[in-house]
Ligand binder design. Structure first.
Ligand SMILES: NC(=O)c1ccc[n+]([C@@H]2O[C@H](COP(=O)([O-])OP(=O)(O)OC[C@H]3O[C@@H](n4cnc5c(N)ncnc54)[C@H](OP(=O)(O)O)[C@@H]3O)[C@@H](O)[C@H]2O)c1
Length: 251
């Protein structure tokens, strides 16, 4: 057998928001590294497509449709989950709005999906003893809200800032249980989330030029950072934010 410290062979890993984008790429890359995947999302059709795309190795893969903001859905998911070696809190949404137009409905929805759902899910997994010793939890945060600010990005930035702070505090608390917590902090990545922002092609080209590598990232480029944080190659890494942004935050 060849030497591979990044192998996920024998590990059971849960990924949220796995119906598309970074979550789908993460599930695929983890399955290629030998993991048994449990994928979840609110979108059943996309989830089924992802399940189909997973590498069929020794492990088995499963999908669970779940709205992470609904407690009953979370409780139902708990009943299907085995003890996990890894968990990727990845599902998220955005809605750009100037501060003047922030409203209760939008901000509560964004906070509920981006920040509260990963917090509750982590809490429930701990309470139900579904995270094994040596487990690794990865949060898909962002550079936005933590390292950069942009007009219209306040609600999203607040949600990601909260998730960043949760990751750091959980890393300290859970270290005594041998559980690691880390985040990936992507810059702009080509996914539906970005397509949904409906930038003009001209604005997009202009924005890409602000990236030292002169392009946006691909979902796989974030997924491989997540693989590292899930694997034993990062066994002494906890409380870390792994920036994956083509150099955007160098300025
Ligand atoms: N793309 C970027 O540039 C970028 C940069 C930095 C960080 N991120 C973060 O990366 C993560 C993944 O984003 P992505 O770009 O891959 O977006 P994506 O392709 O839209 O994937 C996110 C998935 O999460 C699902 N989801 C939304 N609300 C949910 C809920 N209540 N319960 C369960 N699933 C739910 C979405 O379903 P719907 O399609 O129905 O909403 C979607 O399938 C997010 O946390 C995002 O904030 C993205």
């Amino acid at each position: 057998m060849s030497y591979n410290p990044f192998s996920l062979s024998g590990k059971i890993i849960l990924v949220t928001g796995a119906a598309s984008g970074i979550g789908r790429a993460t599930a695929i890359e983890c399955s290629k590294m030998g993991a048994s995947m449990i994928i979840t999302d609110i979108r059943e059709d996309g989830l089924a497509e992802t399940l189909h795309l997973l590498e069929k190795g020794d492990g088995e893969h499963r999908m669970i449709t779940c709205d992470l903001t609904i407690d009953e859905d979370l409780e139902r998911m708990m009943t299907f989950l085995p003890v996990l070696d890894g968990m990727v809190n990845n599902a998220g949404i955005t809605k750009p709005l100037p501060v003047k137009f922030i409203n209760r409905v939008d901000i509560e929805k964004i906070l509920s999906i981006n920040a509260l759902a990963p917090i509750y899910l982590t809490q429930k997994l701990l309470r139900k003893k579904k995270l094994g010793r040596g487990a690794s939890i990865v949060f898909t945060v962002s550079i936005g809200g933590v390292y950069t600010v942009a007009p219209g990005n306040t609600m999203y930035g607040v949600s990601k800032g909260a998730l960043h702070v949760f990751m750091k505090n959980a890393a300290l608390e859970l270290a005594s249980m041998g559980i690691r917590c880390n985040s990936v902090n992507p810059g702009m990545i080509e996914t539906n989330l970005v397509a949904g922002k409906q930038y003009s092609e001209e604005d997009r080209e202009k924005d890409m030029k602000t990236y030292p590598l002169k392009r946006y990232g691909k979902p796989e480029e974030v997924a491989l950072g997540i693989v590292y944080l899930l694997s034993d190659a990062s066994s002494f890494v906890t409380g870390h934010s792994l920036i994956i942004d083509g150099g955007k935050t160098l300025y």
